[in-house]
Structures are given as structure tokens and as C-alpha cells.
Design a protein around this ligand. Sequence first.
Ligand code: PMP
Length: 452
Amino acid sequence: MSTGSSKSTQAAVKAADRAHVFHPWSAQDLIDPLVVAGAEGSYFWDHDGNRYLDFSSQLVNTNIGHQHPKVVAAVQEQAARLCTVAPGFAVDVRSEAARLIARRTPGDLDKIFFTNGGAEAVENAVRMARLHTGRPKILSAYRSYHGATAAAINLTGDPRRWPSDTASAGVVHFWGPYLYRSHFHATSEVQECERALAHLEEVVAFEGPQTIAAIVLETVVGTAGILVPPAGYLAGVREICDRYGIVFVLDEVMAGFGRTGRWFAADHWGVVPDLLTFAKGVNSGYVPLGGVAISAEIAATFATRPYPGGLTYSGHPLACASAVATINAMADEGIVENAARIGADVLGPGLAELAERHPSVGEVRGTGVFWALELVRDRETREPLVPYNATGEANGPMAAFAAACREGGLWPFVNMNRTHVVPPCTITEAEAKEGLAVLDTALTVADAYTAA
Ligand code: PMP
């Protein structure tokens, strides 16, 4: 395993980055990005030989692990054969990617519109829903993330929306189920589910069903907290959509392609949306790719009337080649089953055991390789370890926890008062246990901020 060249390389890369790369979501003068030299499987490293167990899967996208040889080879072969073909042509690798995706998506979601990532997928799903229904409004949940482009950021129901909110995109937010901090004062999953559905139905009634094009949900909420819906919730939303002729959009950009231990999170509940957005895990982010899987009914809307939307790189051959190789490798190597097994046998029990010993852990929740530890100052009051949307000093306890993880050789995914445990779907039992041991040490740092 090569660790690259030298300290001087490390310094030169950092200097050029600081001089010329404008980083997303960042105050440019306050960041100190790690220089990455290479990666393999569940690990990545810098030029100094510091190695990290990737418990973040980068941005929760390297489901198949880093540098999977079959995916690397597929991209190389495609590049040598045919690099780029405009979306208006048909090409073997794009047809095959669409066929494989359509085969895995639930129900009759058999037509695939390709994008370069998640936000563009959401943008196009919203446009399709509006054109299909002729209605303007979109309902989406608080505590959600749908991307950072114009419509997607307006749908997003967390503080990342605030600085860019145009408040004019016809988006109405509602509360989804989250029993640990129930908006509905519920004390059981059944109650939370019933009350969340009644609330949604009331929002629909007061907004006027004839004005609502779509309800957009993350099947399992990702960056806003790994919120697994209670049994019956998604079926209930499907019913509301059917009753009022509303398009049901499930955003599986993060939850799809094995992350939850199924090909799609919707498979856990047997629910079929009208549109399903995907990205990330479809090809583990080796080449930018996303898309919308479209039902027969919505596809029919655009059978003889043109769909007014497109992208130069829609269905890019290199991206499609990496998707074909990724999906085939996931199937051949039992990678989705591995995610389910690691979740059920190692991460689930291991994280529950950590929660027993560490007073800073308020709740453990998740499935597959999609988990969150919600950290609190006080388990009784559930006061979060840091305030909502904490920055700077106020975020100190989470920053200290994250630093302890990195010192232990683990790269965590930390957001607000949570650490998400989102390693590749290919992670081995030994690697998962190595990560749990680092979390155990880092949680003692978080414990020091609790009332206990
Ligand atoms: N939807 C969800 C559920 C996501 O998690 C994300 C990305 N984290 C997006 C949409 C946006 O995807 P992208 O960053 O590829 O535009």
C-alpha cells in the first residue's frame, strides 16, 4: 500500500489548495483540509502515512469501498473506448446502467433520467411532479437534506437552507416522525406514526390538495439525523398521496444502493413511490452520477410531449460504466447482504453497548451501515451536547469528540450533536470492531461535557 511521496508533497498540495480551491460550505480562511494521498477499501491516508478508517464513506457515498478494482477497471476500459457521448444518442453503457438500475428499483420505476448528482436529481423530480400534476407546491419535511441547488435547497429542512432560502419556491415544510424528540408528544412508535400522518394530512388539507404537486421525503433521513420511519409511516404517506393525486417522491440519494442493508430503503417497507431520486451509492461516487427513477404513469406524461429539462453530461459514459461495474460487483459479492449483516451483528449491538457505558449517548438509531449516535449533556432532559446549529465555541464538545476520533485513526461524520456511523457497505467485521473501539475512547471525551 503506497502512502505517496513526502512531506514536501503534502505541503505543496496544501499550499495550492489554500491559494486556489474555494471549498463548499466553508469560511475559506478558517479551514485546514486534510490532504488525501490515496485510499483502498475502508481506509484513506495522507502523504505522511497517517491512515484513517473511513467511518464517513467520504460524504456517505463510497458504499463499495475505495478503489474497488472492478470499478476502476471499468472506468479505465470505458475511457479507452469512448469517453463522451451527448445525451441525445443511445450508447451501450448507458442503456445497461439504466437497465440494471430499473431492475433494482421498486415497482414500476422503470425509466431512468440521469443527472450528475443528488441535487440535480431532486430538481428534476420536482419539475416532473409539477408538470405531471399542473400544480405548484411541494411539501417536504423539516430535518431533511435534498441538495444545495435552487429548488433542492428550498426543500431542505435544516439550517443549511437558511442563508439561501428564497421563500418563493412554493415549498411548505411539515414535521416527520422522530420519537426521541417527538414534535407530537408521542410516547410510542405507533403513536408517533399516527400523529405524524394526521399532521401531514392536516397540512395537505390547509394548503389545499389541488395546489400540491408532490410530497418529497428521504426514505430514511440521512444528514439530518438517521431517522428511520416507524412501521406504517411511508405506507400512510403513500395513501395520502393516492387520495389527493399528489406525486410521492422518495429521495434515496443517501439511503439507496445498499446503505440500509437493502438495495433501496423503501424495500424495508414495501412502499413504491412515483419518483425515486438516487446518486452516491449508485457508483460509489467514482464518477459523478445521479438520477431519477420514474414510474410508468409519470413517464407517460412525457411520451408525446417533450420533457423540458436536460444536462450536457446526463448519462455520461464514464459515470455509467462505473455504475454498471458497481451494481454488478455489489450483486456478485453480496455487498448489500454484508451491510445488513454488519448492521445487525456488529454495529447495532456494538453501538448499543457503547450507549450503556457512555452517559453522553442519548440515543442510538439506524440500520445496515447507516447509524447515528445522538449525544446529549443529560440523558434525563435530553439536552443536546451542543445547541442546534452550533458553530465556533458552542460546537466545542463535538469538535473535541471528532478530534479524538481522528487521533485514534478514525474519520467520523459529525453533524450538530450527532456522530453518524456510515462506513462502506463492504466493511469487514474486524474493521467495524476497530472503529467501535476508537468511538469508545472518543466518547470519553464527550462524556466529560455531560452532567453525569
Ligand atoms: N438528497 C439527499 C438525501 C442527500 O443526502 C444529498 C447529499 N448529501 C443530496 C440530496 C444532494 O446530493 P448532491 O450533493 O450529490 O447534490
